[in-house]
Every structure is written in structure tokens, then in C-alpha cells.
Design a protein around this ligand. Structure first.
Ligand SMILES: [Zn+2]
Length: 81
């Protein structure tokens, strides 16, 4: 006698799928080149950084070591568009 597992025949799919984080990445985000961790936000020729609740606004070029993977990142005014 074959067993009909009807509850397994349906493909498992999630009805509510949250959009991937990459979909909300704006052009002004400065992200780690390796792990895409948000390092800062570009704006008005400056780079805005929020670390531990403190806001910093720095001028280009900006160099930073990613807190996530330790990768060295650099961005310049030419990329601040
Ligand atoms: Zn990283």
C-alpha cells in the first residue's frame, strides 16, 4: 500500500518574503568591498559615519578598516555621487 504524504507534496515556500538587504542599498552608501557592511553614508561632499551612537562627518578621501571582516576600504570624492 503506497503512502501518500500529501503534506509533503506541496512545495515549501514562504508567503511573506522580506526583501534582501541589497534592494535598499542606496547609491550614497559606502559599504565594505568584501562583506558589504555599511561603513558610512556619503552626502554633500562629506562622509557621514555613525559609530557607537556618535556621528562623525569626515572629508574625502576616507580610509577605514571594516569592523566586520577587517578589510581595508578607501573611498574618495570621485565616488561620492
Ligand atoms: Zn567587511
Amino acid at each position: 500500500m503506497p503512502h501518500h504524504h500529501t503534506w509533503l507534496s506541496k512545495p515549501t515556500r514562504q508567503p511573506t518574503k522580506s526583501p534582501p538587504s541589497t534592494a535598499i542599498v542606496g547609491p550614497s552608501d559606502w559599504r565594505c568591498s568584501r562583506c558589504a557592511k555599511l561603513l558610512g553614508v556619503r552626502g554633500r561632499g562629506k562622509l557621514h559615519i555613525c559609530v557607537h551612537g556618535h556621528d562623525y562627518t569626515v572629508s574625502f578621501p576616507v580610509e577605514a578598516v571594516c569592523r566586520g571582516c577587517g578589510c581595508f576600504n578607501r573611498t574618495d570624492i570621485d565616488q561620492a555621487r
